[in-house]
Write a protein that binds this ligand. Structure first.
Ligand SMILES: [Zn+2]
Length: 137
């Protein structure tokens, strides 16, 4: 057995029963790198400390044997991340189409609605709650 094979088998043996890197661990690593970078630019020690905590958490999560708990944390993180990403995409889309559409919220259910610009005052019926109201665009 070559040296590399020995290292590989012992690493595989060490990692059995551990979850390894998942999305949350990778996000923590990336956050750590970004915070380290920020601390080197701004010379704010707090960024460095928070970055170290992020690295530590990431390493702890990768080598943890409590797979169920780590899995649950990862699922929560992914749910949060997808929601955040979708909100960001919607926001970017609204900014892109700001000249074409006027965006507003339904006064009853808060659903986000839009009207083409320059249609004047029209009666809008919300697609979600069917509430009808007048809106200028
Ligand atoms: Zn509504």
């Amino acid at each position: 057995m070559s040296f590399l094979q020995k290292v590989r088998t012992s690493l595989a043996k060490f990692m059995t029963g551990r979850r390894g890197a998942d999305e949350l661990s990778l996000a923590l690593l990336i956050a750590g790198v970004i915070l380290s970078f920020l601390s080197s630019i701004t010379r704010i020690g707090l960024f460095y400390l928070i970055g170290l905590v992020a690295y530590g958490l990431s390493i702890f999560r990768m080598f943890s044997r409590n797979i169920e708990k780590r899995y649950g944390e990862n699922v929560k993180f992914l749910t949060f991340w997808r929601g955040w990403r979708s909100n960001l995409k919607q926001f970017i889309n609204r900014v892109k189409n700001m000249k074409k559409y006027k965006y507003f919220k339904c006064p009853q259910c808060n659903a986000r609605l839009r009207l083409p610009r320059k249609v004047g005052e029209v009666t809008v019926t919300c697609g979600k709650c069917h509430h009808a109201f007048k809106q200028k665009a």
